[in-house]
Design a protein around this ligand. Structure first.
Ligand SMILES: [Zn+2]
Ligand SMILES: [Zn+2]
Length: 331
């Protein structure tokens, strides 16, 4: 089978490798849709966790081809999506319900091969039945799970006024999620005019293309969905006194951000971050199935496996029409 392998930062290679065998507690999946995430861009550029070489892809769905001897919930032919984070369920973090900080953490597409190959394996316990969702839709289970975990951490209040910085795929999911949680008004800002227009179609009450057009000291909640340090540094300016700031976008490793400490103190801000998710996959699937969170129009590019690197470059260039890029490893 074919796989897109990142040998070292910046260097991708298409390789022909044997189809993996599922371990007794694993399923073998024929990958049908595999989203490229900002995290994959960081992995490709050497700005994230994990070892090289790696076969990336942690947002994918597909069909079960075979199951290991101890698997009970799946059989060949089942349609599934994978939650990439694998917790040991037997360390101090896991036993305190902080599986995202498992001391023995591993992740599909980060520390072990992921969805950028034609067939991949995953433990049964991180595999979920997608029912009649399309493969494209189900490949959003993971990013949406992360968004839901972020919103759980944020704990938005009914009728919050919210500013979301960044209208990429994550901004679009955050927008819909926080509206579903009862925000009274959501403003979305992104320098990409096509993206903010799309945010308007997804229900944003106000869309802006200039960060400086946001009101100062105004919003109950400010969410960064860019991971861009200069934008993150501004996030505290727009929150009202007593407000909350959620730094959700993934920044590159090794870079510092400056925030005016006195401003945080004087405004009594709550500044939060969010790492991956904790048991949010069923919630994500339910919201996708309900139509409460729409992802169909979020996919802008569908590329063959050979074009994984081009997909990364398309995201980095960030032209007007780029939203989610998905790889279809089996055509
Ligand atoms: Zn991701
Ligand atoms: Zn653990």
């Amino acid at each position: 089978m074919r796989a897109a392998k990142v040998n070292q930062p910046g260097q991708m290679q298409m390789v022909e490798i044997p189809c993996p065998e599922p371990a007794p507690d694993e399923v073998l999946i024929r990958v049908m849709a595999s989203g490229i995430c900002g995290t994959d861009v960081h992995i490709f550029r050497g700005e994230y966790l994990g070892d090289y070489p790696v076969i990336p892809g942690h947002e994918f769905s597909g069909v079960v081809e075979a199951v290991g001897g101890r698997v009970t919930r799946f059989k060949a032919g089942d349609r599934v999506a994978v939650e990439p984070n694998i917790a040991c369920d037997n360390c101090e973090a896991c036993l305190n319900n902080r599986q995202n900080f498992c001391l023995n953490w591993s992740a599909v597409g980060v520390t072990r091969p992921g969805g950028m190959e034609q067939h991949t394996t995953a433990p049964e316990k991180v595999t979920f039945d997608i029912g009649d969702l399309s493969f494209e839709q189900a490949a959003f289970m993971e990013p949406l799970s992360c968004v839901l975990h972020g919103l759980e951490r944020l704990g938005p209040d009914l009728a919050d006024k919210v500013a979301i910085l960044g209208a990429g795929p994550i901004g679009a999911l955050l927008l819909q999620g926080i509206r579903a949680q009862g925000a009274s008004r959501v403003t979305v800002v992104d320098k990409n005019a096509a993206r903010v227009k799309f945010a308007g179609e997804l229900g944003a009450d106000e869309t802006l293309t200039d960060l400086n057009a946001l009101k100062m000291d105004y919003y109950d909640v400010v969410i960064d969905a860019t991971g861009a340090i200069p934008v993150m540094s501004r996030s505290i300016d727009f929150a009202r006194p007593g407000g909350k700031v959620l730094l959700f976008g993934v920044p590159p490793t090794g870079k510092e951000m400056s925030l005016e400490a006195f401003k945080i103190f004087r405004k009594g801000l709550t500044v939060l971050s969010s790492f991956t998710s904790v048991r949010n996959s069923y919630q994500a699937l339910d919201l996708l199935r309900s139509g409460r969170i729409q992802v169909d129009r979020l996919v802008s590019h569908r590329l063959p496996l050979e074009e994984f690197q081009r997909g990364i470059e398309v995201i980095e260039q960030g032209s007007e029409d780029v939203k989610k890029v998905q790889i279809l490893p089996n055509g």
